[in-house]
Design a protein. Structure first.
Length: 141
C-alpha cells in the first residue's frame, strides 16, 4: 500500500517536471525569437538602441528559464530521497541525504549574475524609454 502511494506521488512529480520542461521549451522559443529581432534590428542603423532593450528581454527570459530548471532540479533531488527511503535502505543513509538540495558554487554564482543582470535590465529599459521619447519628440517637432 505504501509503495502504491509512493508511485502515485512519483508520477505526479514526474508530471510536474514535464510541465516545467514544456514551460522551459516555450521560454526558449521566445528567447530565439528575441535573438532574431536583435539580428534584424542591428541591420537597421536607426534601431540599434533598441537592441539593448531586446538584450534585456533575452536576459530576463534566460533568468526565468534558469529558475524553472532550478525547480526541476529540486524536484529530482526530492526523488532521490524518496527512492532511497522506498528501497528500505538503512535509516543512516536516509539521514545523510538532505531533502533540500545544496546549491553548488556555480549555482550561487549564476544566481548572483542573474540578479545583477536584472538591475541592468531595469536600467536599459528606462534608458530606451528616454531615447524613444526624444526621438518621437524630434520627429514630430
Amino acid at each position: 500500500m505504501a509503495n502504491l502511494q509512493f508511485l502515485k506521488e512519483l508520477l505526479l512529480q514526474i508530471e510536474q517536471c514535464c510541465e516545467v520542461l514544456a514551460s522551459v521549451e516555450a521560454q526558449t522559443n521566445r528567447i530565439c525569437k528575441q535573438i532574431e529581432k536583435i539580428d534584424s534590428a542591428q541591420k537597421d542603423e536607426r534601431r540599434r538602441s533598441l537592441s539593448k532593450d531586446n538584450s534585456a528581454t533575452i536576459i530576463a527570459e534566460l533568468a526565468s528559464v534558469m529558475s524553472e530548471l532550478n525547480n526541476v532540479h529540486q524536484l529530482l533531488e526530492a526523488h532521490k530521497v524518496n527512492i532511497v527511503s522506498a528501497r528500505g535502505s538503512p535509516v543512516k543513509n536516509v539521514v545523510n541525504v538532505n531533502s533540500e538540495p545544496k546549491p553548488c558554487s556555480k549555482c550561487k554564482e549564476n544566481e548572483t549574475f542573474i540578479e545583477s543582470q536584472k538591475d541592468e535590465i531595469i536600467f536599459y529599459k528606462k534608458k530606451n524609454k528616454v531615447v524613444l521619447i526624444k526621438s518621437y519628440y524630434f520627429h514630430f517637432y
